[in-house]
Design a protein. Structure first.
Length: 384
């Protein structure tokens, strides 16, 4: 299922391949976020043209609208969204933490008022697994409790242990029901089987991260994520969470940092042994006029670009090669939808290129050189 091909001699960076029912994912990889069964503003063919190997869908949002049973009746999430490559679905745990109102956490699950109409709902480990099974994603995430930042030791410990107990229930449901990817009722073979990833929690406490990682490893998931990061903590705590979890995860399974991050952060975490990343950052920033370049982010709406004849970057995708920065600024100022589409396309290309180049650098044994050169140039103007 997962095979490591190259290990960087100076860091923990590595290349590998994860085999899923809808194709092989080469790692390290960035995964565009398609929360509502779409990567915002882009057609699936454009996302594929960018070189995306896998996208994300979200259990919480698709459960609320249009409903997982509707998607199942229409052939599963792949058919519904017009995407025939791998899909990973989040469990909904983070959205219950960040969006839902009046949450009440119990051993059974979380009772809450949803953010759309305020109706009362219950999301448990079994319900999360059932929804993800109906969606037919290639990779289903276990249902976890995401502790806030900051939180005290007692809360973090109780939360981490709850996530471990919920992980056992997710695993049991998975083994009993044998869900398949692609809208099938049940996996008829190993090749059709929906994969399941555990999520390491533990907040900022090193021993809790280790405890969580060891407990989940004992449950033998297909891969492991580090969760509870990018929830308001300083960058140094984010990296510590990775360092406090990765050494206790198996080498023969993929590792996934959830909801991260900036380009330098992604390279830093690749060097710390992480294989998979997702983040709304590229498309969200694009919708506000921010474009990623090798010299750091720029806001294309700024007046200094009003007559700038240059393309967005010197190595931009051919899709944007005929457009000047001045034109892109004009589109934003005029409120044209094309502005959002072009910048979203560009930013995702930048992120996907980042991990493609990281893979190549690892294969050639020069990852540290690549990371240092990229980061130094990217940060130069911000620090000048």
């Amino acid at each position: 299922m997962f095979q490591v091909f190259h290990n960087d001699p100076d860091t923990k960076a590595r290349t590998g391949e994860l085999t899923t029912p809808h194709g092989v994912i080469q790692t390290p990889i960035f995964m565009p976020v398609g929360t509502q069964a779409t990567v915002k503003t882009l057609h699936p063919a454009e996302v594929e043209e960018l070189g995306a190997q896998v996208i994300l869908g979200n259990t919480y949002h698709l459960w609320l609208r249009p409903g997982h049973e509707t998607i199942k009746e229409l052939g599963g999430l792949h058919k519904f969204a017009g995407w025939d490559k791998p899909i990973l679905t989040d469990s909904g745990g983070f959205q219950v933490w960040s969006l839902a109102k009046l949450r009440k956490i119990s051993e059974e699950g979380v009772t809450f008022r949803n953010h759309l109409d305020g109706s009362k709902m219950m999301l448990s480990p079994e319900v999360s697994m059932e929804i993800q099974s109906a969606l037919g994603s290639d990779i289903a995430m276990l249902y976890d409790e995401c502790p806030p930042y900051p939180c005290d030791r007692k809360y973090a410990e109780e939360s981490t242990d709850l996530t471990t107990r919920w992980a056992k229930r997710c695993k049991e449901w998975h083994m009993q029901n044998k869900p398949a990817a692609g809208g099938l009722d049940r996996a008829a073979s190993e090749a059709q089987r929906q994969l399941q990833f555990g999520i390491v929690q533990g907040s900022v406490y090193a021993d809790l991260r280790e405890r969580s990682a060891r407990a989940l490893t004992d449950l033998d998931f297909d891969g492991y994520a580090v969760g509870g990061v990018s929830v308001g903590e300083p960058e140094v705590e984010m990296f510590r969470a990775i360092d406090n979890a990765v050494p206790f995860l198996p080498d023969n399974k993929p590792r996934y940092a959830m909801g991260l991050g900036t380009p330098p952060q992604i390279l830093e975490m690749i060097g710390r042994g992480v294989d998979m990343f997702d983040c709304v950052h590229p498309t969200r920033c694009a919708r506000h006029g921010q474009a990623f370049t090798l010299d750091g982010p720029i806001n294309i709406k700024n007046g200094k670009f009003a007559k700038d004849p240059r393309t967005i970057t010197e190595d931009c995708h051919p899709h944007l090669a005929s457009f000047s920065r001045a034109y892109l600024r004009h589109l934003f100022k005029a409120g044209e939808i094309l502005a959002l589409r072009l910048l979203s396309f560009h930013n995702l290309h930048f992120y996907l290129n980042l991990t493609f180049n990281a893979r190549k650098a690892i294969e050639e044994g020069r990852f540290t050189e690549y990371k240092n050169e990229f980061t130094e140039r990217y940060n130069a103007k911000q620090h000048s």
